[in-house]
Design a protein around this ligand. Structure first.
Ligand code: SF4
Ligand code: SF4
Ligand code: SF4
Ligand code: FES
Length: 589
């Protein structure tokens, strides 16, 4: 590729042809402010440069109008000025135009403190709003159990459209109207819940304002904790072990497991359990299901079922492939009914009084917990007073807010252990938090169950990392088990099209995670969740796996205990009652 030399603020800089002015300026050590631009939307190869906000404008000699630097390629001999009084004034005016019809209730806004619009106004020293428009007056859409849309705070940057359409290929959002009336809304102006939205929350991660946020359920948890009749238990998902600390100033990927347990105990929960425990349980059920399908000519490849955004995606877009999906519930939905049956019995607590809270990296988990069929404990006891298996799902961001509300100094907390019965998790469960982790955990167990031999090498490096689609194979008693791993729904779609076309018949198991990087990049995780954050969190996940004494699900003593005392065997009668589920074909093909 040829090189281009240009001048930026008096400095000569040479960059490859096709480079944008923004990137060339970066090379010259000149920072141009941006707002709508996103270099990587979840995955390194997806960028968002529609040039909607015009905060990055610069002057180019010989051009009458300012140009947006984020999407204008350099030209040989170009002379660019990035911070002249005229440029600075234009940027400020563009921001003031955005603010002129915006509901500026920052102190009570869900994005207060982490809002990119607020931050850029501070950075560019915006001190007044000269154009005064009518304030937007759109209704707030809280139809989804996962996501709240406040179009009055939309600055039409369209990042959410790129996340939904390009990254996830769901395409639930659209740009509607012009000029001051322009807004991003669900397709056809429908409430979000009536669209094909899968509740993944990737739009909320990239939205620079509070126009798309997670639904806040923290008050329900405060009320349950304060209710003396309720025995409130909480479970924490694998990915939260390495992400919550970011919000309290700890390096990205720091293992804060013990501190998180301590914080939850101080918040007043009666018992603190680990979703890693039920991730191990999932591996037992899902691993045995895979072995059963391979031995008995079942539908293959088997698809994992732990990511609720992915489940809604297959129900919407590939309903004909539902028989491939494992019938195992996700770890969240396994722990819920076990808390209200096995744990209730062992502790002598009326299951009606048990209130199960989850701390999840994921907005779609709220949707999953609300699915009508997720009331296995109620059916088990034949008691309609037990309603949901999981009563409330909090995202990582909501737990962070509760910790702050309670005035807990998180970074100084001592490490505390989980409570017994459902508190022990292995390294295999820990890696559920990263893309490829469920697959690797399943292989660690399936290999030893099928061959009766110890796995020579525990780490399946081939299924790790941020490549969109990865594959591996392992020989089990003469059968070469072939597996595929995909993260992001765009990558899932590529695989599903091949399965539909009959091209992946010789594969046995496919893991899909709806979010890039897996759960560590979930829609409920701390913001920002950039590609760099995702990669550092993944490192934290594997470091914790290495640190744990037990690294295979079938070796977890608390899992061995529940099979001995209650479930009896994987895929048995009680397992089917409590731990397995069915799916609902919903959408178009
Ligand atoms: S979105 Fe940002 S600028 Fe708008 S009200 Fe909220 S905090 Fe303030
Ligand atoms: S939650 Fe996911 S599927 Fe729904 S609109 Fe946002 S990005 Fe699209
Ligand atoms: S909803 Fe958020 S991400 Fe989407 S266009 Fe509006 S401000 Fe941008
Ligand atoms: S950042 Fe370039 S137009 Fe918005």
């Amino acid at each position: 590729m040829a090189n281009v030399t240009l001048t930026i603020d008096g400095q000569k800089v040479t960059v490859p042809e096709g480079t944008t002015i923004l990137k060339a300026a970066e090379k010259a050590g000149v920072k141009i402010p941006t707002l709508c631009f996103l270099e990587h939307v979840g995955l390194r190869h997806i960028k968002h440069d529609v040039g909607a906000c015009r905060v990055c404008v610069v002057e180019v000699e010989g051009k009458k109008d300012f140009v947006s630097s984020c999407n204008t390629p350099v030209e040989e001999g170009m002379v660019v000025r990035t911070h002249t009084p005229k440029v600075i004034a234009a940027r400020k005016l563009n921001l003031e135009m955005m603010l002129s019809d915006h509901h500026l209730d920052c102190p009570t806004c869900p994005k207060n403190g982490i809002c990119e619009l607020q931050a850029i106004c501070a950075e560019l020293n915006v001190r007044q709003i000269r154009p005064q428009g009518e304030k937007k007056d759109f209704p707030i859409d809280d139809s989804s159990p996962s996501i709240v849309r406040n179009p009055n705070k939309c600055i039409v940057c369209q990042r959410c459209i790129t996340a939904c359409k390009v990254l996830q290929t769901v395409d639930a959002l659209e740009l509607y109207g012009n000029g001051f009336d322009a807004v991003v809304r669900p397709k056809g102006g429908l409430p979000l819940i009536e669209t094909q939205c899968v509740a993944c929350g990737q739009c909320a991660l990239v939205c620079p304002t509070a126009a798309i946020v997670e639904k806040d359920d923290t008050w329900k948890v405060w009320e349950a904790i304060a209710d003396p009749k309720k025995h409130v238990v909480v479970q924490t998902a694998p990915a939260t072990h390495v992400t919550i600390g970011e919000a309290f100033g700890l390096p990205v990927g720091t293992d804060i497991t013990g501190k998180m347990v301590a914080a939850l105990k101080r918040l007043g929960f009666d018992a603190v359990f680990d979703t890693n425990w039920s991730a191990d349980l999932t591996i037992m059920e899902e691993g045995y299901e895979l072995i059963h399908r391979i031995k008995n000519g079942g539908v293959l490849p088997q698809f994992t079922s732990c990511s609720p955004g992915w489940i809604k995606f297959i129900e919407e877009f590939y309903p004909d492939l539902i028989p491939h999906v494992s019938t195992c519930k996700s770890p969240q939905q396994m722990l819920g009914p076990i808390a209200k049956t096995y744990y209730a019995e062992k502790k002598g607590i009326n299951p009606e009084d048990i209130f199960v809270v989850s701390v999840m990296p994921c907005t779609a988990k709220k949707y999953e917990a609300a699915r009508p069929e997720m009331n296995a404990a109620s059916k088990y006891w034949n008691n309609p007073n037990i309603t949901r298996d999981v009563d409330v799902v909090l995202t990582s961001r909501e737990l962070i807010r509760m910790i702050r509300e309670a005035g807990i100094d998180f970074a100084s907390l001592p490490d505390e252990p989980y409570d017994p019965i459902m508190g022990e998790g292995t390294g295999a469960a820990q890696i559920f938090g990263a893309t490829g982790g469920v697959m690797e955990a399943a292989l660690r167990t399936a290999y030893e169950v099928v061959t009766g031999k110890t796995l020579p090498k525990l780490d399946f490096e081939d299924v790790r990392g941020m490549k969109d689609i990865k594959e591996a194979s392992v020989n089990m008693n003469g059968v070469t088990v072939k597996v595929l791993v995909a993260h992001s729904l765009g990558a899932a779609r590529q695989l599903m099209d091949k399965v539909r076309a009959g091209e992946l018949k010789d594969y046995h198991f496919i893991e899909i995670m709806a979010c890039p990087g897996g759960c560590i990049g979930g829609g409920g995780q701390p913001i920002p969740t950039t590609v760099e954050e995702r990669e550092n969190r993944i490192k934290g996940i594997y470091e914790r796996d290495k640190k744990l004494k037990i690294r295979k699900s079938h070796e977890n003593p608390e899992i061995q205990a529940i099979y001995r005392e209650f479930l009896k065997e994987p895929l048995g009668h009680k397992s089917h009652q409590l731990l397995h589920t069915h799916y609902t074909p919903r959408g178009k093909k």
